[in-house]
Design a protein around this ligand. Sequence first.
Ligand code: 26Q
Length: 767
Amino acid sequence: MNYKQIIKNAEIIVKANSGKKLEDACVSEVYCAISRAVMAEIAEGWNKGVTNGKKRVGYLSAEFLIGRSIYANLFNLGILNGVKEELALRGMDITMFEDIEDAALGNGGLGRLAACYLESGASVNIPLDGYGIRYRYGLFRQRIEDGFQREVADDWQKAGDPWSFRKDDESVTVSFADYKVKAVPYDMPVIGYGGNTINTLRLWQSEEADDFDFDLFNEMKTQVIATRKVRAEEICYVLYPNDSTEKGRLLRLRQEYFFTSATIQDLVRKHKASGKPLEKLHESLSLQLNDTHPVFAIPELIRLLMEENMTFNKAFEISRKVFNFTNHTIMGEALERWDMRRVKKLIPQIARVLRMMQKHIEKNLQNEKLFIIKDETVHMANVAIYCSSATNGVAQLHTDILKQDTFKDWYEVYPERFKNVTNGITPRRWLAVCNEEFSSLITEYIGDGWQNNLERLAELAKFVDDEKFVAKFKAMKQAKKQQLSDFILKREGVEIPSNFMFDIQVKRLHEYKRQLLNAFSILYYYFEIKEGRMPDFKPTAFIFGAKAAPGYYNAKAIIKFINCIAEKVNNDPDTKDKLRVVFVSDYNVSYAEKIFCAADVSEQISTAGFEASGTGNMKFMLNGTVTLGTMDGANVEICEEAGKENEYIFGADVEEVARVKKDYKPYEVYMADKDLKRIVDTLDDGTFNDNGTGMLASLKQSLFGGWSADHYLVLHDFRSYIQVKTQLLNDYGSEEFTRKCIINASKAGKFSSDRSVKEYAKNIWKL
Ligand code: 26Q
């Protein structure tokens, strides 16, 4: 693609829109103009891919955590540097687009995975399209006020949405019992590496079904007019900010049916238009269900096939061949269930199909452990497993747990349906674009080609003892740390010296992810240093980034706790030269791009058995960082690839967790360890002030009280964590440590999402 032409076209667009010269336009005008110029340029090639006769795959997901599109798109088209230079010639800096909001149409791992998979699909030339919801507001933006999280609406389209084409003529109608809405598709191009394949992310927006009713207007019933509009538009109003559960909310049910019905109607209509019989739908279509959120697509497809005069049994068989299901969470409370009375009230046409499915399973399996509906509750995961060809976990350990535990009864009946596909990340966004310094170093030593063949990073192993390479690697890391330090100073007003070790934990805030354990360790080192027991402690900065679900009280308490610790530690003259703590606000994809590449330590410390995979762990590894973690999720495979001796592993493994939980007495652990007791006591002994909310004290209580006291074994794993973390702190700065970092990057090849989507294509979609 000709970048000079793109800029020339952008100049014309700006002139047409505002009469201005490009260099006089504001950031959002330049952004929209360049994006639109690219859209014009790719339009033709984009439409080509859609018409080939082979099987296409739809990735159905309630979330796509896209982040910023402009840099990644320009990069994949091969014009990022060219555009940068052209802008510079006009006195503009391409980093100005950092003012453009992320498209944060997802919560965390599951949504970001969907975005990585689409990018990889296009990059390895797999016909993979995404289908989801065009939320008016994405994941809330986070402000930290006096150490507390406050949520602010995320108006992600503020600068416009130049990466979408609205396709009015492809709208469909979605029917609820009480009203109908129009679903309007907005198509975003998914540009693969090299720009050869462009797939589509189709996001549906809900609007009023009928045109504006003039009779009502004449009668001055404007209230009625407004109500209709609001009722339709509220469906896509906002992304649910919960990344585990959200029990029985009606609007969530509407969202799920809205986008799956629109998607299935759209696909069935296209299939019919192709002239092929619906009996052969599975030969040209596979659909991947990203967790249970899109599972209403199954009864919807059965319903539509039956409307075309197919029998239930036939419709079921075809649907079973079309669908596949990915589970992303082990935790029982995250398994979606809906009260059938609600389903019936809102979408009776779907309630009927679900009942037929229950009859079908009773007749065919006669196994009362396996059901679709039980006690008037529909279990969405069961719908998905029963009416699909494959169910997969997202890391080997996770898949093992699904087979042995979560879906044991299903596994016994359908062992061949259970598969593993370990997650991956796109090396374009998570290395090539976000870490130019490391990218050019890699290319200098092993040449190009690793960008779409990540296994080639293994060739770096040859240079772990090459002094020049090692020195350059260190300089690269130092440069990235300096950049992050500057950014944190600007954004948070906190000084993090770049010669400190950077120990980083960024991910959603959840008790099972154990940010609290990390916080406890900081207090441990704080007391040790303050009281002179650790004279050789190497200066360390502990960096956190996390959003808590707005209603998750303990998670919010942990944010406050970390901020209290930061204030204490950063301002204490006895420790400020050795310890810094910062909780960065509004952690998102764009912040992540600056953070992963600047880390010395990657904290992956979930209670074993609870983190399905993790993908942040892979982003750190790819950028040359060691993992301080438990044997959980994909950490296990990171150890397999890089060698356990190159990571810092601690704590109970899955077996030990099970053993300990049988007779766990957290209060005794606390009483028996005076350092630990002193640390835990800071939650309610007046060390910190939580503005009278009582949040910190109740956080302490959750470690002891009730049936689920210290459910995530924070106290149990504390000593093991401190021991390994202290070893790590000692190793930092040594040749040996740098070696481990480099080995990690060189062994990250497996974790490319190119590998993951190829496995889906071969083992699940059978392309
Ligand atoms: C469910 C019902 C109603 C509202 C919201 C939800 C909901 C939304 C998001 C439930 C769960 C999620 C997100 C789950 C998630 O992100 N899981 C993560 O998936 C990653 C990709 O596979 C894994 O790497 C992580 O280990 C897993 O936690």
